[in-house]
Ligand binder design. Structure first.
Ligand code: C5P
Length: 233
């Protein structure tokens, strides 16, 4: 599995997204499309971006009863995206159903499927007070990652700080897709635990997800090239 840089296209319209992607010329970066853009524009935005030659991580974080997730995944597989995801807290049964749905909906090669463990916006106090989970964040993340692996998923979304532990627990081939990336000297925005692309490489991340450090850069193509240089070499 080759390492790659995924750009988080956190825009609210197709127009802004295509304007942005147009700045890369012949380069066709791997992109992440999240809820905001997908709910604004629907499946058409996926078809449009695919037609332009990009690979797509569709970040919709499904979490529902297994049967509903299975049927939804069957539909998403039909869009021909490259990576999809679910919440690991939906249980092993739900994650297995997600894989089944993807397999049913795929024409040959199914998309990769990864799990969100605990959102990085959740802290241990919230886990304890709101969710009645008393274990440490690290134990919960590793347990959810192992559940995802047992359910047949391909990897997890996690902090680059957790990538090495996830590989230790789940194996080196289990993918770690890591947001929270900033260049040295960049503003951290609302991210609390960040790493540079170069450090994420050293930590063993398989894919880094980079949003504002590229989308808000004066020259996004140059910022993307810098990510590639630092992360892939
Ligand atoms: O702009 P920035 O680089 O912080 O964007 C990171 C992207 O990764 C955003 O789309 C954000 O929603 C997503 N993400 C994250 N932390 C997670 C899961 C997803 O930052 N745990």
């Amino acid at each position: 599995m080759g390492k790659d840089v995924i750009i988080a296209c956190d825009f609210d319209s197709a127009e802004k997204t295509y304007d942005f992607l147009g700045r890369f010329g012949e380069d066709k970066p791997f992109v992440k499309i999240g809820m905001e853009l997908y709910y604004a524009e629907g499946p058409e935005i996926i078809r449009g971006i695919k037609e332009r030659g990009h690979r797509i991580f569709l970040d919709l974080k499904l979490h529902d009863i297994p049967n509903t997730v299975k049927k939804a995944m069957k539909v998403l597989a039909g869009l021909g995206v490259d990576i999809v995801n679910v919440h690991a807290s939906g249980t092993v049964k739900m994650m297995k159903a997600a894989v089944e749905g993807l397999e049913e909906g795929s024409n040959g090669k199914r998309p990769l499927i990864i799990a969100v463990t605990q959102l990085t916006s959740t802290d241990e106090e919230q886990m304890r007070e709101d969710l009645l989970i008393r274990e440490s964040m690290n134990d919960v993340v590793m347990h959810y990652a192992a559940n995802a692996r047992d359910a047949g998923l391909d990897g997890v979304v996690c902090s680059p700080h957790e990538a090495a532990d996830v590989h230790r627990v789940c194996g080196i081939d289990f993918l770690t897709v890591t947001p929270g990336i900033r260049f040295a000297g960049d503003s951290r925005g609302d991210q609390s635990r960040i790493m540079t692309p170069e450090k994420a490489k050293g930590a063993g991340s398989d894919y880094i997800v980079v949003g504002r450090s590229v989308t808000a850069a004066e020259d996004p193509a140059a910022a993307y090239e810098r990510c590639i240089r630092e992360f892939i070499g």
